[in-house]
Design a protein around this ligand. Structure first.
Ligand SMILES: CC(C)(COP(=O)(O)OP(=O)(O)OC[C@H]1O[C@@H](n2cnc3c(N)ncnc32)[C@H](O)[C@@H]1OP(=O)(O)O)[C@@H](O)C(=O)NCCC(=O)NCCS
Length: 169
């Protein structure tokens, strides 16, 4: 199976929106409760800057997943720290697509001069945590019961990947 990774275009916003909303309604991988509107996702896409890319994974011309590097904290001093998001269409799990998207995000983050990538995950999201760990992310902390979804309190683990060994650079 050939998976291509490319920059997302405005024409992909509908697919990004559909893939994401499935998880809003069915999964604790996002703590969003109400489905997003297409207009909200379009506004998100239109506001992206070059240092915060959005990418698409395609199999035989069909978009099956997306990923993004986003601002982690808007204070200027955090500018070189980014948060990674990855969502694979629920019918396309466990075919190596998530790893390809995350590896590509890591490469792009390096090229863009970012210093740290943060990944957050609900502790019950073992796939997300295992994927990140498989590419070198390390757990840096865990918050207890900071989210509430599907009638239960949820813990969140944060992982980080440091891109440059020299802390002063
Ligand atoms: C997490 C997610 C992105 C993984 O994508 P994927 O394409 O299914 O994962 P891959 O096939 O690339 O798997 C890569 C590695 O992730 C881990 N992994 C993936 N799915 C897993 C599962 N169900 N259980 C345990 N580990 C899993 C494994 O380490 C796997 O390596 P292996 O196949 O060599 O064992 C996907 O499940 C998803 O979209 N989940 C909902 C959204 C989400 O949680 N996003 C956050 C991701 S950072």
């Amino acid at each position: 199976m050939q998976t291509q990774i490319r920059d997302a275009a405005s024409a992909d916003v509908g697919t990004i929106h559909e893939i994401y909303n499935y998880y809003v309604e069915n999964c604790t991988c996002t703590f969003q409760i109400e489905p997003e509107t297409l207009a909200e996702r379009q506004a998100w896409f239109d506001a992206r800057r070059p240092e915060h890319p959005v990418t698409i994974a395609e199999v035989q011309g069909t978009a099956v997943g997306w990923a993004a590097l986003s601002t982690w904290n808007s204070r200027k001093g955090y500018a070189r720290t980014v948060e990674a998001s990855i969502y694979i269409h629920h019918d396309w799990h466990r075919r190596g697509i998530g790893r390809k998207l995350l590896q590509d995000l890591i490469n792009r983050a390096r090229e863009l001069g970012h210093h740290v990538i943060i990944g957050g995950a609900c502790t019950e999201q073992t796939a997300s945590i295992a994927l990140q760990e498989s590419l070198g992310f390390q757990t840096v902390g865990q918050f207890r019961e900071v989210g509430f979804k599907f009638g239960r309190w949820l813990d969140v683990v944060y992982l980080q990947l440091s891109l440059e060994p020299d802390e002063s650079s």
